[in-house]
Ligand binder design. Sequence first.
Ligand code: IPM
Ligand code: MN
Length: 357
Amino acid sequence: MSDQTLNLAVIGGDGTGPEVTAEAIKVLGAVASLEGFSYQTTDFDFGGERYLRTGETLPEGAVDELRTFDTIFLGAVGHPDVAPGILEKGLLLELRFQLDQYINLRPVKLYPGVETPLAGKTPEDIDFVVVRENTEDMYCGTGGFLKKNTPDEVAIQSAVYTRKGCERCIRWAFEFTRKRDNPQGKMLTLVAKTNVLTYGHDLWWRTFQDVAAEYSDVKADYNHVDACCMWMVKNPEYYDVIVTTNMFGDIITDLGGIIQGGMGVAAGGNINPDPGGVSMFEPMGGSAPKYTGQNVINPIAAISAMSMLLEHTGQPSAAARVSSAIQSVTGTKMKSQAAGKMGYGTREVGDLVCEAL
Ligand code: IPM
Ligand code: MN
């Protein structure tokens, strides 16, 4: 933080994004007064509506302005009247890339009282963290067409991996695993596909071995991504921390999201850990247009993202307080984590978390 006041940029975004964001900010307000720290928020109206009005996803100078904040909270992007890819690339990925948020931290934790589709698995079994590289891979937009719209059309979409890019992510993941200090043993699993992606994932593999040599207290483990999907369902308790590439991380964290109770619960942080880096925290779910404005969407994921934000901005005790309040609400109050089935409205769930603080 630049000074004592947490200076937060808020992008509510599209659909139900602003509704869940409001609950996360409500909880921030409550925990800030209990813990005695101050914060200030500045709203940005980026998203589908603004794009339809102005034709721009991020106006000139927006990224530089966002750089002046301690951190960013993002609700959701995605608008039914905007073609797929425009807001995703023009807003979400643009911010991840321009702010060099090279870690996408996605905890997979089954809270008490939350139903998982995995038979017989409990909160003790489902508690691991995925560290997803967030700036490279197939997300770079490198590629093109040849002979487009002809029978001879060629499409190329390349995955870009750099030594610097994978090393900084792997190193951060080892540090994170060390600090997480799992009592069952510290283990970092690299998830990749070294048997097929013999260039890019060979670079990841070699880099992983090199960095692992500096962390003798952390077991360095490896799974192919297809096997990882199987283990996440069969034996999720196997994992402590996973480090993986951007594309595989995208896919396995949706699987992670559903085993922890769904998109109403799953949260993540796009982190730039470098000094002065600006990070961005978000619920993993989308903008859920069909639920917009009905007070039925689940704000737990957004409130969890706020807890992660607090942890990251040097308020660990506030973060822990929010996290245990969430667990008390899921464990003792909410009927379900599905939109419209919670037994409470969006705002009421926010109020319950505030009361449980
Ligand atoms: C996510 C999303 C994004 C991604 C999309 C919206 C570009 O699926 O945050 O996981 O692929 O990273
Ligand atoms: Mn995704």
